[in-house]
Structures are given as C-alpha cells and as structure tokens.
Design a protein around this ligand. Structure first.
Ligand SMILES: [Cu+2]
Length: 137
C-alpha cells in the first residue's frame, strides 16, 4: 500500500511539475525604460565684456559697481551715477591716455573708450576710497 501511494505521488509530481513550471515563469522584464533626466546647464552670464563693447558701471552708494571690469580693446564703458550726489571717474594709473570725467552729477553718465591693453586703476576724486579697475585685453 505505502509503496503504491508513494509511486502514485511521484507520478503526480512528475505530471504536475512541468505544468506548474510552465505557468510560473512569465518573463517579467518587459519595457524597463530608463528615465534619464538630463539637465542642460544654464548659460552663465558672467557680465563684463560683451561683444559690441557695451559695458556699464554703476556709481552707487559711493562705490563703482562692479568694482573690477574686463573689456576688450576698442570697448567703451559707460558709468552711470545712481547716487543723488556727484562723483568723478578719474584715471589714477595704468597704460593708455589719462581720462577724467570731471563732476558727474546724480543721474548723469560718462563714457570712456579704451584702446590700449592693460590694467587701469581709477578713482572718484571726491571720494578717495571709491576706486575701481578696468582690465583691457
Ligand atoms: Cu564719488
């Protein structure tokens, strides 16, 4: 009796195994698309030298803003006095011709073209601590 039952069970097992094996494996890796989110780096506006030579410097709170600017030979810088009191844009050192805006009142502007490469220091003669540099390249 026991032997017969065991035989029957193994027979059933043999019959059932392929069936269950067939139904179980369904191959579950369909369409695992990778989602890559690429971020394009935003173009940085470094300010300073733009093609066309329109560089502006503000005179604000008794400072030149930005304090240090880079331009190309032939570029023009325009200073705007954003303070309600006068300033000057006066060269204090460096290559090229001297320049001096004279008194630039509140809201007024002064332009200067740069034709020689090098580093120029300038100052406001009214406020000796109001200084800036221009790198011409
Ligand atoms: Cu000043």
């Amino acid at each position: 009796m026991n032997r017969c039952q065991a035989l029957l069970l193994s027979c059933l097992a043999l019959l059932l195994l392929p069936v269950s094996g067939c139904g179980g494996d369904d191959g579950g890796d369909g369409g695992s698309a990778e989602t890559t989110t690429e971020q394009q780096p935003a173009e940085e506006n470094t300010g300073g030298a733009e093609p066309g030579g329109a560089v502006t410097v503000s005179m604000k709170n008794t400072l030149f803003v930005p304090m240090d600017v880079k331009v190309k030979v032939g570029d023009t810088i325009e200073w705007t006095n954003d303070d309600p009191f006068p300033h000057t844009v006066t060269k204090s050192g460096g290559p090229g011709p001297k320049f001096d805006s004279g008194t630039v009142g509140g809201g007024e502007t002064y332009e200067q073209k740069f034709t020689k490469a090098g580093k120029i220091d300038y100052v406001c003669t009214i406020h000796p601590r109001q200084v800036g540099t221009i790198t011409v390249e």
